[in-house]
Design a protein around this ligand. Structure first.
Ligand SMILES: [Zn+2]
Length: 74
């Protein structure tokens, strides 16, 4: 599978759309919010709150970006 920048991909309930090799826009299937996420940060409230308590926390948006990046690199 080839992952292209600028093409939307479904990962579970999320749509991941890469802006460049590191940064993606992640959209929830059931709501209209678009979030900027990379494989280590996300702008969603869950990540911002939980990562303060737990530095290793990964929200489902980051998880989706990591999943697509693993496909991108092979
Ligand atoms: Zn998130």
């Amino acid at each position: 599978m080839t992952v292209k920048i600028g093409e939307p991909y479904y990962v579970g309930d999320l749509v991941v759309y890469f802006l460049n090799e590191n940064e993606a826009v992640v959209t929830d299937y059931d709501c209209r919010y678009e979030l900027r996420a990379t494989d280590s940060t996300c702008e969603c409230c869950t990540f911002r709150f939980r990562s303060r308590m737990n530095p290793g926390f990964i929200c489902r948006h980051i998880d989706a970006v990591r999943y697509m990046k693993s496909k991108m690199t092979g």
